[in-house]
Design a protein around this ligand. Sequence first.
Ligand SMILES: Nc1ncnc2c1ncn2[C@@H]1O[C@H](COP(=O)(O)OP(=O)(O)OP(=O)(O)O)[C@@H](O)[C@H]1O
Length: 267
Amino acid sequence: MPPPAPSRSAPASLEARALSAWFGRRKVLDRVSLTMPAATVTALIGPSGCGKSTFLRMLNRMHESVPSAKLAGEVLLAGHDIYEPGERVTHTRKRIGMVFQKPNPFPAMSIADNVTAGLKLTGTRVSRSAKADLIERCLSRAGLWDEVKDRLSSPGSALSGGQQQRLCIARSLAVEPEVLLMDEPCSALDPTSTYRIEQTIHELAPEVTIVIVTHNMQQAARVSQQCAFFLASQGTPGVIVESGDTNQIFTNPGDERTADYVNGRFG
Ligand SMILES: Nc1ncnc2c1ncn2[C@@H]1O[C@H](COP(=O)(O)OP(=O)(O)OP(=O)(O)O)[C@@H](O)[C@H]1O
C-alpha cells in the first residue's frame, strides 16, 4: 500500500481567454477561449496543424520558449493570469506540469532519481526521509509502483515505453501540480500501455485537472468529460469550433464540422 500522505495541492481550474498565437508573422491561433474546470479531463481534438499543441503549450508558458513565437490573451490559473508581469515561469511550470508525446525520462538516471528530478529544478525542498515516501506515492499514483518497487535503482532506460511514460507522469506529479497537460501521451505506445495510461488518467482526474491532446477519438471519448474541437480551415488560424460535454460532442454536436470530424469523415 502507498503511504497515506494526501496530495498537498488541490486541482485548479484553468481558463484561456482570447488566446492568439503567432510563429513569426504567421498567426496560428485566433482568440481561442476555453474553460477547463478543476478536477476534470478536457480533451483537445482536431485535424493535424490546427493548433492544439500550440494552445496546450501556451497553458504553461512553453510557447514563449520558441524564439519566433508571440502570443496575446490571458490564461487564468485558479483565477490569476499566468502571463501577468512579475509571474515567474518556474512557478507556473511547477503548478502546471506537462507530459510529452515521446516518453523522455533521463535514461542514465535511476528510476527513483527520475521521479525526484523535477524537485531541484523547481526549488522544491524535501527531506531525505520524506523522499522515499514521495517516490512511492508518485509511482503509485502513476500506476507504476508494483512493477518497479524492487528495482528503483535501475536506470530509467531499463523500462518499456509505456512504463517510461508512466515514470514521466510520476516525475510530473512529484512537484504536486494542480494541472497536468498531456500532449498525445499514448501516440508512441502499444494498446496495452495505452490502456494502462488511460487508467492512470482516470485515477488522477479527481486530484489533478487534466488537459490532453489526442488524435484518437475513442480515447477522447473514454478519458474526457469535456472536449474542444479545433479547426484551421484553408490557411486561416485555428479556432475552437465547438466545446462542451464529451458525450454531447460525440453523439449530438451542434456544428456539422464537428460531426464530420468525430465520425471520421475528415482529418
Ligand atoms: N516551432 C514552430 N515554428 C513555426 N511554426 C510552427 C511551429 N510549431 C508549430 N508551428 C505551426 O503552427 C501550426 C499549429 O501547429 P500545432 O503543432 O500547434 O498543431 P496541432 O494541431 O497540434 O498539430 P498535430 O496534431 O499535427 O500535432 C501549424 O501550422 C504548424 O506548422
